[in-house]
Design a protein around this ligand. Structure first.
Ligand code: XMP
Length: 518
């Protein structure tokens, strides 16, 4: 299975990263971008035919949990090694290469995991060009290469791994036991860059070049047809909208569907930030339909499904009024990798991409951000002039505030939550903590507690503050917000929001909890 097929590739130079199941594969693609190289991830059973093309400059074989000794361990299409395309094998990738070339792969006495020091054994090594003769690297392996035929030059060794790095310039094949993609490998980026230079790459991947090339590609794909896009005001859909607008102008129609479950003044904020771009946006207030549909529903899954179904109904109804041929989506590269299930990852964003709509409306899909990581989407957004506050926005789930109100949802609860949430976010912003958290919000719990205000007894809702740090939202830690800040937020919420008399702070990480409450 190819993760991104050739028609998705548009850049003039590409490195194919073949995934053997390493937890770091995605990082390899990520790090390549940092040295200006465009890497795309493919699954291990691709053939050379699947990945070849005029833009293919190099191939990286990732690490993986398997052992080359195991029956059924992933193999490589032999054509790949014979192709003459520069190859870099990492960890399991190195062991596969060694096995193919008659080297000795040994099972290590114990799994080696952590930092190691590598001695560079050659002055004219390609991978270690410009680097010192002793390097700190990161190891994570069970097997290792003990010896290799002299077609290859051994260019690096550690105390426990005799062939920690090997090269054959004539075969254009390079292989290392350690992980250059992990930051603990001090010169990892330089090693990847050296490989890219050997592969003859210009390493000119940047958000400016991306925009230029993507606009051409959108023109070719869309021709003179109309495109519709669900604009939520989140970073992905906002950047996708600006990019498409730059490419096709008024032939882009954006739909902003107000579900009634958005944050306080969200519609106004989105309206203001898109004003300078003269974007064609259809503002649709569907809140009545959503509240009506949600009434009496408290089960989280039923709630999500209901919201998804109403969203599709509204979108479909509005889209039919236009004669569009394409549906644009802000799908990003992690969504693509996750939805293909690399490493068993599960798809979290099914609603976000309006599942099922393209088929129902007979629309073709345009996904201009499909090759980008989140920080690259933000960089493109900045280059396109998107307001800094929009660029830096925390993610917001498709089902909106409904998943932050466990149990029944109604207008009054949404009003209470919106007000509390806006106080929390404002205080995070003015204290500089908004950028230091990956996501932060208030949750309105379906519990009332007794309180005392002035001389009066109160019986109101309890809310909890959730603030997390996270790299990829697959795992998260609770943010260590200062006590003073928490105190101020709690005081303001209780004093200013009618309906809440108690505030708590959630100190659970993910796992075992999730970030959202439903
Ligand atoms: P959880 O709660 O699973 O959330 O830890 C991980 C990330 O995904 C977001 N999330 C969603 N985003 N539609 C979305 O577009 C959804 O249904 C959805 N559910 C969770 C969540 O906000 C967090 O960033």
């Amino acid at each position: 299975m190819v993760i991104l097929n050739m028609s998705d590739s548009f850049h003039h130079e590409r490195i194919a990263v073949i995934d053997f199941g390493s937890q770091y594969t995605r990082l390899i693609a990520r790090r390549l971008r940092e040295v200006g190289a465009f890497g795309l991830v493919y699954s291990s059973n691709v053939s050379f035919e699947d990945i070849q093309g005029p833009d293919l400059k190099g191939i990286i074989l990732s690490g993986g949990p398997s052992s080359v000794f195991e029956e059924g361990a992933p193999r490589l299409d032999p054509q790949i090694l014979k192709s003459g395309t520069p190859i870099l094998g990492i960890c399991y990738g190195q062991q596969l290469i060694a096995k193919e070339f008659g080297g000795n792969v040994h099972r290590s006495k114990a799994r080696e995991y952590g930092k190691a020091s590598i001695d560079v054994l050659s002055d004219d090594s390609v991978l270690f060009r410009g680097l010192q003769s002793s390097q700190q690297v990161w190891m994570s392996h069970g097997d290792h290469v003990e010896s290799i035929q002299n077609t290859f030059k051994v260019v690096g060794r550690t105390a426990s791994v005799p062939v920690a790095a090997m090269e054959s310039e004539s075969l254009k094949i390079f292989a290392i036991q350690f992980h250059p993609e992990v930051t603990q490998t001090e010169s990892g980026l330089k090693i990847l860059k050296n490989f890219c230079d050997f592969s003859g790459m210009n390493c000119d991947w940047s958000s400016e070049n991306f925009i230029e090339e993507k606009i051409k590609k959108i023109h070719d794909q869309v021709g003179k047809d109309l495109v519709i896009l669900g604009l939520s005001g989140g970073v992905d859909s906002s950047v996708a909208a600006l990019l498409l607008h730059k490419a096709i102008g008024s032939r882009l129609h954006c739909m902003f569907i107000d579900t009634g479950l958005l944050r306080l003044n969200e519609r106004v904020q989105v309206q203001e930030s898109f004003e300078p771009f003269a974007l064609h946006v259809h503002w649709i207030d569907a809140s009545e339909e959503f509240f009506h549909g949600l009434s009496g529903i408290s089960d989280p899954e039923t709630k999500r499904k209901k919201i998804g179904a109403i969203f599709i109904e509204v979108f479909e109804r509005e889209a039919k009024k236009l004669n569009a041929k394409f549906l644009a989506q802000g799908t990003t590269y992690p969504d693509v990798i996750e939805s293909k299930g690399i490493g068993g990852a599960v798809l979290v964003k099914s609603h976000h991409n309006v599942g099922g709509l393209p088929e129902r409306l007979n629309l073709k899909i345009v996904e201009p951000l499909r090759e980008l990581f989140k920080d690259e989407v933000r960089a493109v957004g900045r280059t396109l002039g998107l307001h800094p506050q929009m660029v830096a926005r925390h993610p917001f789930p498709g089902p909106g505030l409904a998943v932050r109100i466990p149990g029944n949802v109604d207008r009054e609860k949404v009003r209470i939550l919106q007000e509390a949430d806006s106080i929390f976010i404002h205080e995070l912003m003015i204290s500089g903590w908004y950028e230091r958290t990956a996501q932060a919000f208030v949750v309105l719990l379906p519990v009332k507690t007794v309180g005392i205000m002035g001389d009066e007894r109160t019986y109101e809702y309890l809310c909890t503050l959730r603030a997390v740090t996270s790299e990829d939202f697959m795992t998260a830690d609770w943010a260590r917000l200062p006590y003073d800040l928490l105190e101020k937020v709690a005081q303001r919420i209780v004093n200013e929001v009618k309906g809440i008399n108690r505030v708590t702070f959630d100190i659970t990480s993910k796992p075992p909890a999730t970030i959202e409450y439903e």
